[in-house]
Design a protein around this ligand. Structure first.
Ligand code: ADP
Ligand code: ADP
Ligand code: ZN
Length: 215
């Protein structure tokens, strides 16, 4: 199964795609996680990506398309994958289409998490992420068992620098201008599945499973 998670920053793409990855047994491919890892390791990619990420803008399409196409060639992607945070522009979506057409593959569904902007600001201001495994928590809606410590791996929880309120506003604007046109793009291919994003994490997960099953 080849799936895309679409939605604004804070919609729950990472949380839900990680759960779905475990239940379907296919990898979660998160461009945000890959980029943050590159920044932390100070690789050449990380040095280039850092400035774009800190300002809340997008990393250039050619760089992102390059790292995703390398990632999708890995063995663990043969049975499918879940794209989390990619594509984020129409150019990225067109490049993905070209790559899929070239290998005779196709997407199954694009899950579009629909959510209000005021809810997003709340979520992002309380988000904490594990510095080791990248799992997301929230200080009130989804706290870890032990404050500051990841339930899954014991890693330290940190606040993402780009979750600061000024940067969040910029990221929401970038979403509206550059990413939301993908809703029409995938609706036009009859791949789009809208899922209401407000509600308990488990409830949203069950809506997503229904949406995938009903394709
Ligand atoms: P969120 O989950 O909050 O939407 P991500 O973790 O997906 O954020 O992405 C964090 C940052 O990484 C983005 O603001 C952007 O700078 C960069 N990034 C991630 N994915 C992409 C992409 N597909 N294209 C361009 N930039 C990206
Ligand atoms: P995205 O990857 O789309 O940016 P995340 O999965 O990182 O979003 O979720 C953003 C924040 O909202 C995190 O702090 C997460 O714990 C929290 N969150 C995720 N899903 C829900 C939900 N259904 N209800 C309340 N909070 C949620
Ligand atoms: Zn962890």
């Amino acid at each position: 199964m080849r799936l895309i998670f679409l939605g604004p920053p804070g919609a729950g793409k990472g949380t839900q795609s990680q759960m779905l990855s475990e239940s379907l047994g296919i990898p979660q491919v998160s461009t945000g996680d890959m980029l943050r890892q590159a920044v932390a390791q100070r690789t050449q990619l990380g040095e280039v990506a850092r400035g774009y990420m800190e300002s809340g803008g997008l990393v250039p399409d050619d760089i992102i398309v390059g790292i995703v196409s390398e990632r999708l060639k890995k063995n663990d992607c043969v049975k499918g994958y879940i794209l989390d945070g990619f594509p984020r522009t129409v150019v990225q979506a067109e490049k993905l289409d070209e790559a899929l057409n070239g290998s005779g593959e196709r997407l199954d569904s694009v899950i579009n998490i629909v959510i209000r902007e005021d809810e997003l600001v709340q979520r992002l201001s309380g988000r904490r992420v594990c510095g080791s495994c990248q799992r997301a928590y929230h200080i009130t809606t989804s706290p870890p068992a032990k404050e500051g410590i990841c339930d899954a791996c014991g890693g330290q929880l940190v606040t993402r620098a780009d979750d600061e309120v000024g940067t969040v506003r910029k990221r929401l604007e970038v979403y509206r201008n550059q990413t939301s046109p993908l809703i029409q793009f995938y609706a036009g291919k009859s791949l789009l599945r809208d899922v209401e994003g407000v509600g308990e994490i488990r409830e949203v997960f069950s809506r997503i499973n229904t949406a995938i099953a009903g394709k």
